[in-house]
Design a protein. Structure first.
Length: 316
């Protein structure tokens, strides 16, 4: 079980994970692949736990004023803020709408829209990510200007989804075509939702979840949750007041992600304590208990695989 725990302090970043890794304004970001293969385009990306559990867990770390470029996904992309202050923006040119997230807030970004984000805080910040599906929808779809800007700074993305860095003397192989840029007709198919369209239905605030987790875990993402969706996983928010000491079991893969405080996880034959930013992959059918380990504020995200197929954001 200790091998199924990834400590925040042991995370290994990749600074060349995506096509905008050399583009000014985006060249200081760090990408982390914690569970599953993720969507990194770089062979340098370290994968901490390679198990396929129905969804992927990752993270992005960025210094102030660093931005992640506009892109889209075919399956769910969920972020919660571990540290820092973050502006999320979306639309073909990133100006259709935006929202600012603080520590503990969570954003279930709809599939099929271009989105980006930047750290607008004063210190290095970290957002934790949940991506739908074992292959996370086959990768990232970049806005055309991102691909064009990257070429000016030495990075080329092949049609095979791999990056080639001309700064390192690595050119696109003759038998590999470059990733095609979306046509205008394809771009016209990407919606431009407003802030009012997005925020009430896809953003949950930390303080609201703390209040709703009294006596039982708050259902954050799921068919009947605060944010209604069926992305192939469910997300719960646990606080000190929602926890029972009784052991429980689950027949699905489960991931525990420390948000605030310290959490003791006990199973037959062992126990551990999770700190903020720690991630633990719990296999199915293993009785365990999860309780706060210390006094003070305590919150934890719990993600479970479901039988729902990973794909487009669910609409009734």
């Amino acid at each position: 079980m200790q091998e199924r725990i990834v400590r925040y302090g042991d995370l290994r970043p990749c600074k060349t994970a995506f096509i905008d890794a050399h583009t000014p304004g985006s060249d200081q970001k760090e990408n982390f692949t914690i569970i599953g293969g993720g969507v990194s385009e770089s062979a340098d990306q370290h994968v901490h736990i390679s198990d396929q559990i129905g969804f992927n867990i990752g993270a992005a770390g960025q210094p102030p004023k660093c931005r992640n470029s506009l892109h889209s996904h075919r399956t769910a992309e969920v972020f919660f803020v571990l540290s820092g202050r973050w502006r999320f923006f979306w639309g073909r040119n990133g100006d259709a709408g935006e929202v600012t997230l603080e520590k503990g807030d969570i954003f279930n970004i709809p599939t099929g829209i271009f989105r980006g984000f930047e750290n607008i805080g004063t210190d290095y910040g970290m957002i934790m990510a949940i991506l739908g599906g074992d292959d996370a929808g086959g990768g990232v779809i970049w806005a055309p200007q991102v691909i064009e800007d990257a070429k000016d700074h030495g990075l080329v993305l092949g049609e095979n989804g791999k990056l080639y860095d001309r700064k390192k003397g690595v050119n696109l192989p003759e038998d590999v075509a470059s990733m095609p840029i979306l046509t205008q007709a394809e771009l016209d198919g990407y919606p431009e939702p407003t802030t009012l369209d997005i925020v009430p239905h896809y953003v949950a605030r930390y303080l609201d979840m703390m209040a709703l987790s009294d006596k039982q875990p708050a259902q954050v993402i799921g068919e009947n949750a605060m944010l209604r969706d069926k992305p192939g996983f469910e997300v719960e928010f646990l606080s000190r007041s929602s926890i029972s000491d009784a052991p429980y079991d689950a027949n699905q893969h489960e991931v525990l992600m420390g948000m605030t405080g310290h959490w003791r996880v006990t199973w037959d034959g062992g126990e551990t304590v999770l700190a903020p930013g720690d991630t633990m992959a719990v296999p199915p059918n293993m009785p365990r208990s999860v309780t706060p380990a210390m006094t003070g504020d305590a919150a934890l995200y719990r993600i479970r695989a479901t039988d729902d197929a990973a794909g487009s954001t669910w609409t009734e």
